[in-house]
Design a protein around this ligand. Structure first.
Ligand SMILES: [Zn+2]
Ligand SMILES: [Zn+2]
Length: 262
């Protein structure tokens, strides 16, 4: 087994997110990641995974594009969930939408919600507003996603809105998730405080890209893996089998605590 460093970005929006720029088409996103030298990305539109297949098809494995969603919980907390394949992501979305309020999008206010194919052909438009809280709590969402074998990440924990901390305060020790995401703008000094408050958690940096210029290594995380894949990322986040997350803010390897060894 040879482990190598791979750049990974586990949070990204496409033209399906009303807040995502119209330039966030499938081939455009792929081109930006190739140029940045990022090996793996997760396509995580708000409450929906409909454009993940388009990005994966446009990428053809370079970069590896995993399907995911940025769930907005009933408390308005953002949580990134990532799945190994499109079917698993679509199944989860179906579960999530059992409690999606039937509020319609108003493109002139919130922006377009376009479903595209790998060549940016528009397949349709999502009519239900994606930037609203689905009906499940953070606990319910995390438990359901974990139970389905997803990678679960609390999004932009440092932000004053739509983050777990901002809404509910400190994250309990037993809250089920693989990592805490911090914004690329977090300073080293601020990161040290996060580390001190949550010594047993794994921290990652993700781009949360809404426009192509957001896509760069400076907003990503390096993981030591055999290949860029869902299972390797999952192992890196859990510190399994030698895989690890290199702390984007330096000062030690987040997954130095290897849980199961080997
Ligand atoms: Zn968010
Ligand atoms: Zn986001």
């Amino acid at each position: 087994m040879t482990l190598s460093p791979f750049w990974v970005d586990l949070h990204l929006h496409t033209v399906l997110s009303p807040c995502g720029e119209l330039e966030m088409g499938a081939p455009d996103i792929v081109e930006a990641y190739r140029r940045a030298g990022v090996a793996l990305c997760a396509v995580t539109d708000h409450n929906a995974a409909d454009n993940a297949p388009a990005v994966a098809a446009a990428a053809g494995g370079s970069p590896v594009a995993l399907p995911g969603l940025e769930v907005q919980t009933a408390e308005d907390i953002h949580m990134v969930v990532i799945f190994p394949d499109n079917e698993a992501a679509a199944d989860f979305q179906e579960w999530l939408w059992l409690r999606m309020p039937p509020v319609e999008n108003r493109p002139e206010i919130f922006g377009d919600q376009l479903i595209i194919d790998k060549d940016n052909q528009i397949l349709g438009e999502q009519e239900i507003l994606l930037v609203q809280g689905a009906g499940y709590t953070a606990d319910e969402t995390a438990e359901e996603a974990m139970g389905r074998g997803a990678i679960v990440i609390l999004a932009h924990l440092d932000r004053p809105s739509f983050s777990y901390e901002a809404v509910l305060g400190p994250v309990p020790d037993d809250f089920p998730c693989h990592a805490f995401e911090l914004s690329p703008s977090v300073s080293h000094a601020d990161f040290c405080q996060w580390r001190e408050r949550y010594p047993d958690r794994v921290f990652i940096r993700s781009s949360d890209s809404h426009r192509l210029a957001d896509i760069s290594r400076a907003r990503c995380t390096v993981m030591m893996m055999e290949t860029p894949s869902f299972e390797e990322v999952r192992m890196a986040l859990m510190g399994l089998n030698g895989r690890s997350v290199l702390c984007p803010w330096g000062g030690g390897i987040a997954a130095e605590k290897e849980k199961n060894g080997g």
